[in-house]
Write a protein that binds this ligand. Structure first.
Ligand code: ZN
Length: 260
């Protein structure tokens, strides 16, 4: 029988991608054929100017098959809205979260959704110990300056291949550390060592946090954009919609990689 249906051909292409990825040869290919990831960027109208940062990030990620929508409405922390996304990115200074919004966020992540709080997101929702525990720590204080991070876990999929970020930024110090996490990078100075970028898991979902990102100087840094892209991809890996996209494909294995 002649193989001509588009869905079948798409499935074969995807199987080929998986095979390449399985063999570890696919970083460039991944951006070319991987299904689109959908990210909801939750900002606000505060001093971090999230809408401007969205305008920097969205064009950088769109060609990489990561679609980012922007919102300044906490009403979007609802099961119905979040169901349309693989990942929730928070970059804002909201101080309060309602019980319903908190539950929607926690349920989204527990079910496999990705959660990417950036910079000031570690000082959001001060009324929610559950949120602080989910993020993995809470902002305490900061100075300012140009500094370079120290990557302490260069084998992780998020940091692999990236160079340490050096940028002007706020020198975050955190409190309420949740040690149930893996630290990927630290900020070191004369006063000690501060965890700066970390990952953790919550139910089936994954969390990626970095303290980097006060203003356009860091958001225009190629290593920061690469870090955020990798963080979104890693955090979204267990998203229910991404898993659904792979349903119905025949399993592949050694000897089948040349099928197309
Ligand atoms: Zn800041």
């Amino acid at each position: 029988m002649k193989i001509s249906s588009i869905p079948h051909r798409a499935a074969l292409c995807w199987a080929a991608f998986l095979a390449f990825n399985f063999c570890g040869f696919a970083p460039a290919l991944q951006a070319a054929v991987a299904p689109t990831l959908r990210v909801l960027f939750l900002g606000d109208t505060g001093h971090h100017r999230p809408a401007d940062r969205f305008k920097q990030l969205q064009p950088a990620l769109a060609p990489r098959h990561i679609e980012v929508d922007y919102s300044e409405s906490l009403d979007d922390l609802s099961p119905a809205k979040l169901a349309g996304y693989d990942c929730l990115l928070v970059y804002a200074n909201w101080t309060q979260i309602s019980p319903g919004q908190e539950q929607a966020l926690l349920d989204f992540v527990a079910a496999g959704g990705g959660f990417v709080p950036l910079h000031c997101a570690s000082y959001c929702f001060l009324n929610s110990p559950n949120y602080i525990e989910l993020v993995g720590g809470q902002f305490l204080k900061h100075g300012t300056g140009v500094f370079k991070e120290t990557i302490v876990n260069s084998d992780h999929p998020i940091t692999k291949g990236l160079s340490p970020i050096e940028s002007w930024d706020e020198t975050y110090v955190h409190a309420k550390h949740n040690t149930n996490r893996i630290v990927l990078a630290e900020r070191r100075d004369d006063t000690g060592v501060e965890p700066y970028t970390w990952v953790r898991e919550h139910g089936k979902g994954r969390v990626f946090y970095t303290a980097w990102g006060h203003d356009e100087r860091t958001w225009s840094n190629a290593e920061f954009v690469g870090l955020v892209e990798n963080g979104i991809r890693w955090a979204s890996e267990n998203s229910p919609s991404q898993l659904k996209a792979r349903e119905g494909l025949a399993p592949f294995g050694p000897g089948r990689t040349g099928a197309v």
